[in-house]
Design a protein around this ligand. Structure first.
Ligand code: F0G
Length: 454
């Protein structure tokens, strides 16, 4: 058996609660069958997300005690700037309180009404900000990207012909930037290749369009480039990351993911782009040397960014995910392959073929899985989608139950418990029924929406 080895030891721990199934039934009803609304007191393994839940290192925690508390001119910010320059190769840094705040600033600064943003694939928060500013997203994945059970190593690649066609169709004036998302979150944490990013850059140069990289899951994408792309297998994480960020004009990230801390950032080497966004930071985030982030977290971010270059750290989550995905696959449980990053992604439409997509199979599976295991996953399907101008559902391309594996948080026996419970539920999948909304917020409805069985 290919057992993933932890190259760290556990020194600080937190107690978990595995409450009885009777309590779990009440808990999921009280939560409106929405796992976002569960209390952690009712959750055994929290696999909702890796956002802000990755383990910090001893050096990160230690750095927080040295933070320089100052509204302006904090030395902690200088340390972060230096780390961004060393690791991401960008001189100018705008701090923001998290990833979507970066999206708010970038979209406000560059999008005008009627604009089109070509992207490999949307993320929920960036889609909301593009729409908010009167723009539209065009998704340009290869056709094979949505083949859930596949052995394509780079399902996050952008289709270069589709990109050319998109630019020809809408014209350069309507396209303020092209957005590439590292480790394409919503299709199962699937990476793009370096050669694909280089091709996108070539098209961007040909038409003089800016290239924006969402680097929230950059470390893992770089790690999978090293593992899967022949030309890069001898290169260090430092080389690969610098090459990736060097291809983009503007790089932004959620530090809740990249660097295992909190906060976020936008960075660039272009003073003109920096100048277009600078004034928005004090307006929405805070002064330019903290951007709504506590200085302690800024210190942890600086250390965490540097630790991203450590292969023994960055490989931990992908290697556990690989173990989880391959074990589920062997048992015949429908799961997204090849294994990606962030978590394992169960194909809910294949798991629950008896539930129509309008009754949210991924949401139904997430609720049922919590009930029988105490494990909290996240719906990534139509509940996470939006309605069109007429109020009709836009059915998601894929219906996934995401089981996040935050870095260095779970043990292998806990991962085995996930496999055991999911296998049991698969045997008994006929028991799972569909859901309908009883409370539907107008924006990002998946966060606080309430549902009930149909
Ligand atoms: N971009 C990507 C690729 C993300 O995965 C996220 C967050 C964001 C931007 C927004 O960052 O949460 O700091 O505002 N993803 C989290 C998740 C929420 O659970 O996948 P944020």
């Amino acid at each position: 058996e290919d057992i993933p080895l932890e190259l760290h030891k556990v020194r600080v721990v937190q107690k978990l609660h595995l409450v009885p199934i009777e309590r779990r039934l009440d808990a999921i009803k009280e939560a409106g069958f929405n796992t976002f609304r569960l209390s952690t007191l009712d959750v055994y393994l929290d696999m909702l997300t890796d956002s802000g839940t990755n383990a910090m290192s001893d050096n990160q925690v230690a750095s927080m005690l040295q933070a320089d508390d100052a509204y302006a001119g904090s030395q902690s910010f200088i340390k972060l700037q230096k780390a961004v320059e060393d690791v991401l190769g960008k001189k100018y840094l705008l701090p923001v309180h998290q990833g979507r705040a970066a999206e708010n600033v970038i979209c406000r600064a560059f999008i005008k009404k009627g604009d089109i943003i070509p992207t490999n694939y949307h993320f929920t928060t960036v889609l909301a900000h593009v729409l908010e500013n009167g723009g539209k997203i065009e998704e340009l994945l290869h056709d094979h990207a949505l083949v859930l059970h596949s052995d394509h190593p780079f399902k996050g690649n952008m289709d270069i012909e589709k990109l050319e066609a998109c630019i020809q169709k809408h014209g350069v004036d309507k396209i303020p930037f092209i957005r590439m998302e590292a480790s394409t979150n919503l299709i199962g944490g699937q990476p793009f290749s370096m050669s694909n990013l280089m091709d996108v850059r070539r098209v961007a140069d040909k038409y003089g369009i800016m290239l924006v990289l969402d680097a929230s899951l950059l470390g893992e994408n770089a790690y999978l480039i090293q593992q899967r792309e022949e030309q890069w297998k001898e290169n260090s994480m430092a080389d690969i990351i610098k090459m990736m960020t060097g291809l983009a004009d503007l790089v932004y990230f959620s530090a809740r993911k990249l660097s295992s801390s909190r906060g976020g950032g936008i960075c660039t080497n272009r003073k003109d782009l920096y100048g277009k966004m600078e004034a928005l930071i004090p307006l929405f985030e805070g002064f330019l040397t903290y951007g709504g982030i506590s200085v302690r977290e800024i210190e942890a971010m600086a250390v965490g960014l540097r630790e991203t270059l450590d292969e023994t750290m960055i490989s931990q989550s992908p290697s556990f995910i690989k173990y989880l995905v391959e074990s589920l696959d062997k048992l015949g449980i429908p799961v997204v392959t090849p294994p990606g990053v962030l978590g394992a992604h169960v194909d809910a439409m294949a798991f629950c073929p008896h539930i129509p997509q309008t009754e949210y199979p991924a949401g139904a599976l997430a609720a049922a899985f919590y009930l029988i295991s105490g494990i909290r996953g996240m719906e990534r399907g139509t509940i996470s989608s939006v309605r069109d101008e007429n109020g009709d559902e836009i059915l998601a391309d894929v219906e996934l139950l995401r089981l996040a594996v935050p870095r260095r948080v779970f043990t292998l026996s806990q991962v085995k418990y996930v496999i055991d419970r999911l296998a049991w539920l698969y045997e008994n999948r006929d028991m799972i029924g569909g859901l309908k909304f009883v409370y539907e917020p107008p924006v990002l409805r998946f966060f606080m929406g309430g549902l009930e069985p149909t």
